[in-house]
Design a protein around this ligand. Structure first.
Ligand code: HEC
Length: 117
């Protein structure tokens, strides 16, 4: 094998590998984004399917309190979208794009069409 065909083979396999990596379904992309949205994953606070989660209980001035981010799977798209654009106490701000917000909503509502708004 001469050196140019080695190169050709290298670029060919690189191209195939690359094609493989970028070929993910909408479901996989939505799940990736929910778990790693350029920041701490939503699931860590809102649970794997957006069902809400009890993170911690503590006492404040003798009163029992808890940090329990709410369930987010039952919000309609408008409420979800509005909430993502506002500061939420105890939640990082993400500055996501419209498409990313739609994708996250889709993750929580896989039964709905991702392109419907
Ligand atoms: C560090 C924990 C934490 C993370 C991570 C987090 N959230 Fe939250 N989120 C909260 C808390 C706490 C609230 C409730 C704020 C309040 O009650 O004022 C909240 C509120 C919300 C609300 C509004 C709920 C409502 O009923 O109005 C939505 C929607 C939401 N989060 C979506 C997300 C999404 C999507 C992600 C990932 C991109 C995410 N959150 C990541 C803690 C978190």
């Amino acid at each position: 094998m001469n050196s140019s065909s080695v190169f050709a083979l290298f670029f060919l396999s690189f191209g195939l590998l690359h094609a493989d990596v970028s070929f993910i379904t909408e479901e996989e992309y939505a799940s990736d984004l929910y778990h790693s949205p350029r920041g701490i994953g939503c699931f860590k606070c809102h649970g794997e399917q957006g069902e809400g989660k009890l993170i911690a209980t503590y006492k404040d001035k003798g009163e029992k309190r808890s940090f329990s981010p709410p369930a987010i799977k039952k919000l309609d798209f408008k409420s979800f979208d509005d909430a993502m654009r506002k500061r939420q106490r105890g939640m990082p701000r993400y500055f996501l794009t419209q498409l990313e917000i739609q994708t996250l909503y889709y993750y929580l509502h896989p039964e709905e069409n991702i392109n419907a708004d």
